[in-house]
Each structure stands twice: as C-alpha cells, then as structure tokens.
Design a protein around this ligand. Structure first.
Ligand SMILES: [Zn+2]
Ligand SMILES: [Zn+2]
Length: 258
C-alpha cells in the first residue's frame, strides 16, 4: 500500500466511522417489537428493549395434564381441561414455552414473515433451559411441515428453526421428511375453530411409515391456539404406528389476556 492509498484508506475508514456515528445519533436503534428508541448503544445482538423482553412470559401453573393449557388458579394439579375431557387428544403431552401475547405475536411475525431471523435468536436464548424434561428423549423430533409451495415462497420452515433452536442444530433426531403436508390450504389463522378442523382433514401424510413403528415422536410448532394442527399431525403419526406423540410449541394462548 503506498502513501496515497494509506491516506485514502485511512480517510475512508474515518469517514465511514463518522457516518456510522452520525447515523447512530440521528437515527437511534429502535426496538424491533415496539419501535421505541433503544437507550443503550451497540453490544446487544438484537434490538429489543427491556420492557418488551419483560413481556415474554412463561405459562402460569396449574396446567392441563395433557394439553398444557393454563387452568384457573386453585385447580388441582394433574387435572384435565374441558377440551381434553371432551375429546382426548391423540398426543400424550403438549407443553408451550411462553404466553402468546401481543409481544410474542409480533416477534413471531418478525421471524416468520419478515425474515428477521436474529429475532428468533433472542427467543431461543430465553427458551434455552425451558424445554421440559422428557421431550429431548423422544426418538424423533418432527417440525410441523409447511406445504412445499409455501416453503419455496418463504425459504424456510419456522418450526424447523425452532426445533433446531430447542434441541440443537446438529441433532440428528430432527427429521423433516417423515411427515409431509399434502394440501396447500389457507392459513389456520384465517379460519374459525370448526373450519380449522375441516381445513386440516387428511392434510398430512407419512413418508416411510416403517421408521415410525413403536417410536416416540416430539412435534414442534410455533403457536398452539386451538391445537387443531398438532392434533391432526399427531393423529397421522399414531395411525402410522408411532407409540406416543409429544408436542412442543413456542407460544400458547393464555387463560386470560396478559
Ligand atoms: Zn420494545
Ligand atoms: Zn387440556
């Protein structure tokens, strides 16, 4: 590098630093969820403010023994919720890590539809130690699949990213080709409860059912609202020979709005 180049290089670097510094003063970093300017500068991996972080809440016990739904305070441990009493799910156990509130909704939208995958990292750090016992011991970990057309459009399956985050990126129990979504139907969030169940009928199929015989499977999905998607996946797995199905979701509608 000659003297001139060094001068130019140095000048550029100083120039770039100046521009970056000015941008930080003029355009403060903002929280990806609420849009408030962040007080601290730099350092944090993701722009998420403390008050949004505090809104990421665990579920409150007691929980339904099967589906993990929050139950009214005072309900005895080990009880079942009305839904599970009415129709026993085909899965043995479902647990969710956080309350699906407005903050979590926005966070999920960020990584699901806006490709803000760094937002997912924050959530996974919080989720770290929260995966309940027994789930990691399943024989297979199966992210709820997207239809291949939707996968092509989005470029990634958010449930696979969650499964990798919960159980490790190189966990060879995570299988994506076992369960397949055969119909590309409207998103569940656009339908009411009755239509959701109908929308999902015969929606999934199993590739290589011989692998499933007497195996315990852990399904992973982003949100549990009515549980219809997980139930449909679980039924398909059990019909094809799985001995037990667990379900794990990131978010869960709480008993009362929080
Ligand atoms: Zn915020
Ligand atoms: Zn229940």
């Amino acid at each position: 590098m000659n003297r001139l180049q060094r001068m130019l290089y140095g000048a550029n670097r100083r120039g770039a630093a100046l521009v970056a510094g000015a941008a930080e003063i003029l355009l403060p970093r903002r929280c990806v969820v609420c849009g408030r300017p962040l007080l601290e500068r730099g350092g944090q991996a993701v722009d998420l403010c403390d008050s949004c972080l505090e809104r990421i809440l665990p579920l409150r016990k007691p929980l339904c023994r099967i589906c993990g739904r929050e139950m009214p305070q005072g309900t005895g441990a080990g009880n079942l919720c009305g839904n599970c009493l009415h129709t026993r799910p085909s899965f043995t156990l479902c647990r969710s890590l956080f309350v699906y509130n407005e903050t979590l909704r926005r966070i999920i939208l960020k990584f699901k539809f806006q490709r803000r995958l760094e937002v997912l990292k924050v959530i996974l750090e919080l989720a770290g130690e929260r995966v309940p016992e027994g789930f990691a011991e399943c024989d297979f970990i199966v992210p709820v699949p997207l239809h291949k057309k939707r996968l092509q459009k989005r470029g990634y399956n958010q449930s696979l990213l969650l499964a990798q985050g919960f159980f490790g990126y190189d966990n060879d129990k995570i299988v994506v080709k076992l369960l397949e979504r055969t119909k590309n139907t409207p998103p569940q969030s656009t339908l009411d409860r009755r239509k959701r169940a109908k929308n999902l009928r015969n929606m999934f199929c199993i590739r290589q059912p011989e692998l499933l015989l007497n195996k315990r499977v852990c399904l992973v999905d982003d949100i549990y609202t009515t549980g219809a998607t997980l139930e449909e996946c679980s039924k398909t797995l059990v019909k094809s020979g799985a001995c037990e199905v667990f379900s794990l979701t990131l978010g869960r509608t709480p008993l009362e709005k929080r």
